[in-house]
Design a protein around this ligand. Structure first.
Ligand SMILES: Nc1nc2c(ncn2[C@@H]2O[C@H](COP(=O)(O)OP(=O)(O)OP(=O)(O)O)[C@@H](O)[C@H]2O)c(=O)[nH]1
Length: 305
């Protein structure tokens, strides 16, 4: 491998969804906050809408990490509820690119095992983060725990960290990156810090999509505002709903475009109210993983090499 190839490889942009799971109190929130930093704060908590599962977005030079929470990972429910919940947990985990299971450095506990039992052993994208390493004195104590963990589940990687002390977080990010697909950003850099009309319009569109699509799309909708032209009387807004999979595209568009039209209509009404003027809103749907295809299309038209 030449140096050139290495440089190119490290530069390709990747983006994706990362579920951070674990029993209560292992430090999931602390970890996400430590990874994402102060820049992003997702404060609005409306239960049951997908966007609230997004805990934080970290965008670096070459990667966008979208950390999601998987609700209902408690283990105290009755067995019936647990099994129903497990279904939803499993289907939502199927939609993320990487899963980070968090346990504590003091060792596995029964509730950790319950959480672990929800993961499919076939999953190739599960990373174990052993948190609170600052609480154990000797770093060598980690080795038996790592061995024990690997016997419990075929983790793709094991990374001891301390969310509180900020230890090994860069390593964890590098490990997660390997599991994210190549692709453009799914969220604008400032989307969660900016309360501009653009941000709010994107939120409104996303909210309508969630409302109309229910649980059909666990995480996979991001909204990009592509163009915004505004005069005193009219705002012309061009937005793209980005979905994860080709099959999701059909769900969003609906029969003969009915769903997408309804999403756009409801969003337009709210944006008109927000801006106090008429709005022309055009919403397109694009599949994230198909972005490579755009390059293919360009090539076939004679662009590129
Ligand atoms: N010593 C130490 N404590 C930590 C570390 N990370 C988190 N904690 C503490 O562990 C406790 C639980 O942390 P949270 O981040 O709230 O845990 P959580 O998993 O999000 O908890 P739930 O919201 O109940 O699921 C807090 O008191 C944190 O300060 C760490 O790396 N070291």
């Amino acid at each position: 491998m030449t140096e050139n190839t290495v440089t190119e490889e490290t530069k390709e942009f990747r983006s994706g969804y990362v579920a951070v799971i674990g029993r209560p109190n292992v430090g999931k929130s602390t970890l996400i906050n430590a990874l994402v930093g102060e820049k992003v704060s997702i404060t609005s908590k409306k239960p049951q809408t997908t966007r609230d599962r997004i805990m934080g977005v970290l965008t670096t030079d070459d990667t966008q990490y979208i950390f999601v929470d998987t609700p209902g990972f408690q283990t105290k429910h009755s067995s019936e509820l647990l099994s129903r919940m497990n279904q939803s947990v499993k289907s939502s985990l199927a939609d993320v690119d990487a899963v980070v299971l968090v346990i504590e450095a003091t060792g596995w506990r029964p509730e950790d095992l319950t959480v672990l039992s929800l993961l499919s052993k076939e999953a190739k994208n599960v990373i174990l983060a052993i948190n609170k390493t600052d609480e154990v004195k000797e770093s060598e104590a980690m080795l038996p725990l790592i061995t024990e963990s690997m016997q419990k589940f075929p983790f793709a990687e094991v990374v001891p960290v301390s969310a509180e002390k900020g230890r090994q977080l860069k390593v964890l990010l590098q490990v997660i990156r390997k599991f994210l697909p190549e692709g453009d950003k799914l969220f604008e850099d400032d989307i969660y810090t900016d309360k501009s009309p653009r941000f709010l319009a994107a939120e409104i569109i996303r909210e309508k999509a969630f409302r109309l699509l229910g649980d059909e799309l666990p995480y996979g909708v991001a909204v990009m505002i592509d163009k915004w032209e505004e005069t005193d009387k009219l705002a012309r807004i061009f937005a793209t709903l980005i979905v994860n999979r080709e099959s999701h595209k059909g769900i969003v568009i609906g029969e003969k475009g009915a769903k997408l039209r309804e999403i756009s209509r409801l969003a337009r009404e709210d944006i008109e109210e927000m801006l106090g003027k008429k709005v022309y809103l055009e919403v397109w749907v694009r599949v994230r993983k198909g972005w490579g295809d755009d390059a293919g299309v360009l090539k076939s038209l004679g662009y590129g090499q």
